[in-house]
Design a binder for this molecule. Sequence first.
Ligand code: 5GP
Length: 377
Amino acid sequence: MRIENEILLDYSDVLIRPKRSTLTSRKDVDLERKFVFRNYTPDFPENIEDEHYHGVPIMASNMDGVGTFAMATELAKQGIFTCLVKTYSKEELTDFFNNANHDITSSVAMSIGTSNADYDKFVQVYARVGDKLKYLCIDVANGYSEAFVSHVSNIRNIYPHIVIIAGNVVTADQTQELILNGADIIKVGIGPGSVCTTRIQTGVGYPQLSAIIECADAAHGLGGHVIADGGCTCPGDVAKAFAAGADFVMLGGMLAGHDEGGGEVINRAFKTGEIHYDTGEEVVEAKQFVKFYGMSSDAANTKHFGGLKDYRSSEGREVLVTYRGAVSNTIQNILGGIRSTCTYVGASTLKQLTKCTTFVRVNNQFNKTYESSTTKM
Ligand code: 5GP
């Protein structure tokens, strides 16, 4: 046993220090990025940057209620990326990729795990849709196994024309291992997710801000890229993830509860504890929710696999999130926040944000005076 004494940090442990800036408006901030991937060989390499990636590097997570076709279609309008849930059938995927336009297919990944069935599904979909399927997200809870690395390496050898996203890991060594074995983009995050219980069930995890800093440094040294996956609770956290060096930021909970997720809207009524001034009756408030759950929760296993296998425990929870209507409003709020971060530190592009950032460690992140207030306006 060994203990590392250096304190590692989460988003809530830091703030970004403001700096002198010549930017006059948030409108001037460019949130689009272009990336050239390390291991991907495009079929038509004339225009390298266009063949690789161009967009606003936020990603919808491959979770139920988030990584849906409807979400992908809507987010692509803003240049935002979606990793589709693993559970779409080969027919559904074929239909989607064959019928979606280029703007959409260039912002969407099919997701698989390491099972033979998932691999067969990918092979068959790729055979039917060809290069319309450009991104493959190979996603497991624990990206540290040898078998996972060989799986990534085998797929890279057979499919040079696919951009491979692989994870999840949280340290430099395994980031490098996956990149050297053919992955282009590494998904970083073990345990930070809003509906994740890995840290409670297993005691395993790594503070997310430090994980991003460490993995981004390792990946960039090799020409690879990283996704900060999980743990963002507000636009400020997304900005901190980019500032820490993330190339992409993946969101689950922040994009849950919207129409595009396709979840059932649940109506609930609550006694507010107030008495109506005129009638003397108890005030009841109606609220709308949508179910949201971790992809290794009991709820997900029951829905997709008929229950948890007896040697596994659930590492995710199920919650009700407030129904929030169309996702476009939420996206506007997130992008507005990041633009504002950039103006505070003098970054005219998202690319410059990390160079312009000094994090300060804090004891208090924000003022919570009215957080538990029960009186609503
Ligand atoms: P969020 O943005 O909600 O904080 O985190 C989303 C991320 O949590 C996902 O992209 C995925 O990496 C992770 N995640 C999703 N479901 C589960 C789960 O059931 N267990 C764990 N450990 N992580 C999960």
